[in-house]
Design a protein around this ligand. Structure first.
Ligand SMILES: *Cc1c(COP(=O)(O)O)cnc(C)c1O
Length: 390
């Protein structure tokens, strides 16, 4: 019989009944250490008391009223995001792909609003992932995602990730902007160098095009800063984020400077559910935590500890690990065995990880992990890598 849930995922045969902090529990009571975080979504772990309380409190007041009206919680969350980033203004939506659609639309609108409608193309990188809508698929350009879905939407020019000569050559009179992930997540946990990001800023300024970052995965504290581009000491004109922003509640956002958003006037863009009170109440609570004293320092400390532990694992298991990469708590091993097999073996041992492109096993724990959780994960990996090697 055809599955009632459309079989678009290659799912592991695992189902969870509840979550608590950095652990997930299956129906049979078995406990799993969660270094997948719902693919970098559960930034504060599972059922964080502050998030649960915020959602329950809001559930008793108002769920949805649409963007026909003012939503004071949107104004509060947007204000907080602006105060703590480069942005002057925020558009709320419900997912990463939707955020990136908004980013692409904003880049085109910026130039048409400024009297240059011929500037509508976006330079993107090889190995990129921006989502599964028709436009974001075209931006990502992965053959395996595009196949069978008809003509690929026009408007994207692709260059090698990290190559500045190609970037300069790709920019022409039709270019609206540059779109890059500071760390390519799905593409295999490949971090752009700070120098590359700084040079992109300079190139965008030189040619009068917008610089856009996809921080759907790297944003919201994942790398130890609120947004990953902060490490390079530069700011984009616009970015899209999602994943960790709602801590597990579906939420995306487009953050932009006033200048970049000049064309985004009433009626130009919208979303029925975007920024509804439930999502906003949770996001406000997520920001309470992310912005609290010492939170990002904790992420940085845990990240260093994880990086050191991964170096050690790589040294001990050269037949399993080809290299290790990433930044903050977005890290990965490129493995010699198929990454899917490694992910499956670790899950059987009670450690959840995520595959990524380039045969990478991604480690994206909740940002609230402690040293003991890292030690527990390392013990599981150490044991399993030893048995895989023999
Ligand atoms: C996950 C992801 C997306 C897509 O987000 P969805 O919420 O699945 O639509 C886009 N860009 C990046 C970098 C991502 O990691």
């Amino acid at each position: 019989m055809f599955p009632s849930v459309m079989p678009t995922y290659a799912r592991a045969d695992l189902a969870f009944e509840k979550g608590e902090g950095v652990y997930l529990f299956a129906a049979d009571g078995r406990r799993y250490l969660d270094f997948a975080s719902g693919v970098a979504v559960n930034a504060l772990g599972h059922c964080h008391p502050r998030l649960v309380a915020a959602l329950k409190t809001q559930a008793d007041k108002l769920w949805h009223c649409s963007n026909l009206y003012r939503v004071p919680l949107q104004e509060k969350v947007a204000g907080r995001l602006c105060r703590h980033s480069f942005a002057d203004t925020v558009f709320f939506c419900n997912s990463g792909a939707e955020a990136m659609e908004g980013v692409i639309k904003l880049m085109r609108k910026y130039h048409s609003h400024a009297g240059n409608p011929e500037r509508w193309r976006v330079v993107v990188a090889e190995g990129a992932f921006h989502g599964r809508t028709l436009a974001t698929l075209a931006a990502g350009g992965q053959e395996k995602h595009l196949k069978g879905f008809g003509p690929v939407m026009d408007g994207f020019d692709r260059v090698a990730f990290g190559n500045l000569d190609e970037m300069r050559r790709a920019i022409g009179p039709a270019t609206a902007g540059i779109l890059i992930e500071p760390v390519q997540g799905e593409g295999g946990v490949r971090a752009a160098s700070p120098d590359y990001l700084r040079a992109l800023r300079a190139i965008a300024d030189e040619f009068g095009v917008l610089l856009a970052f996809d921080e759907v995965q790297t944003g919201n504290g994942r790398t130890g800063k609120l947004f990953a581009h902060e490490w390079a000491g530069i700011t984009p004109d616009v970015l899209g984020t999602a994943k960790g922003l709602g801590g597990g509640f579906p939420l995306g956002a487009v953050l932009a400077s006033e200048k970049a958003a000049a064309g985004m006037t009433a009626g130009t863009h919208g979303s029925t559910f975007g920024g509804n009170p439930l999502a906003m109440a949770v996001a406000d609570a997520v920001l309470d935590e992310l912005l609290s004293d010492g939170f990002l320092d904790h992420v940085q400390r845990m990240a260093e500890m994880l990086a050191t532990a991964m170096d050690d694992l790589a040294r001990r298991h050269p037949t399993i690990i080809e290299d290790r990469r990433g930044t903050g708590l977005l890290r990965g091993f490129k493995t010699r065995p198929l990454n899917g097999e490694v992910v499956e073996a670790l899950a059987a041992d009670g450690l959840l990880t995520v595959g990524a492109g380039d045969n990478v096993v991604r480690l994206v724990p909740p940002l609230v992990i402690e040293a003991a959780h890292i030690r527990e994960a390392v013990e599981i990996m150490d044991r399993r890598f030893t048995s895989l090697a023999s």
